[in-house]
Design a protein around this ligand. Structure first.
Ligand SMILES: [Zn+2]
Length: 234
């Protein structure tokens, strides 16, 4: 297995089960996702240790609006005053503070999904936020950063990826990094849309894909998983 690279313009913060990535350009930062609630304090302690001023975070890019990506958003936004970048199709969920649990892609996660939808729908709630920077078309560039946004639906309708300097992709839950030989997310609402999004990721020059859960995924692993799950579409 290839060893994931370390970039000096990228830092990782673990917010419970969710990876947050902090990307630096000059003195300014862009944060990928906000993580779970009750981890806000730990996040600001992390910033202090790294000598990062909260106000230097200019943008928070949301890969999608599930609670484990948005639970800490209200407080992080209040303190940083960062602009929130969100694909327009999930703006209403964020405003309501509720995004339905996604469908499972295997037997065990289908059960979790069922419980999430029917038995504990409140689990998916979070503090509502109004995003200020809604985008729709892939190619959107956050001002001042060497990044572009790509719509990569499948896990959810508004799932999105941030491409950083054409070398790394921050993919949210479009890939999972928990397994050695498979990066299919355990949850996805639309597998056909996911297949097309995977194709779009493979069409970029990126060698590494950074998911919100688990470890970085190498291009070879994505190619292998694509063949495994979508063999008929080569
Ligand atoms: Zn999710």
């Amino acid at each position: 297995m290839k060893t994931p690279p370390r970039y000096d313009d990228m830092q990782l913060f673990r917010s419970g089960i969710t990876n947050l990535y902090l990307l630096r350009e000059g003195d300014a930062y862009l944060l990928v996702d906000a993580g779970v609630k009750k981890k806000e304090k730990a996040f600001f302690t992390f910033l202090r240790k790294q000598n990062i001023e909260p106000a230097d975070i200019r943008y928070i890019f949301l890969t999608h609006t599930h609670y484990d990506h948005t639970g800490a958003l209200a407080m992080i936004r209040e303190i940083t005053h960062a602009g929130i970048l969100l694909h327009a199709s999930e703006a209403e969920y964020l405003k309501k503070g509720f995004t339905p649990a996604p469908k499972g892609t295997r037997a065990s996660t289908k059960i979790i999904s069922f419980l999430g939808r029917r038995v504990f729908p409140g689990y998916s709630k979070y503090e509502p936020v109004t995003a200020d920077l809604l985008w729709e078309e892939s190619g959107y560039r956050p001002e001042g950063f060497p990044a572009r946004l790509m719509h990569t639906p499948g896990h959810t309708e508004g799932s999105a990826t941030l491409i950083w300097k054409d070398r790394a992709a921050f993919v949210g839950d479009t890939l999972f990094g928990y397994e050695k030989d498979d990066c299919l997310p355990w949850f996805a609402n639309d597998l056909q849309a996911l297949r097309q999004s995977w194709q779009r990721l493979l069409d970029t020059p990126c060698q590494w894909f950074f998911p919100s859960h688990g470890k970085p995924v190498a291009r070879e692993m994505l190619e292998q998983s694509y063949k495994k799950h979508f063999p008929e579409t080569d």
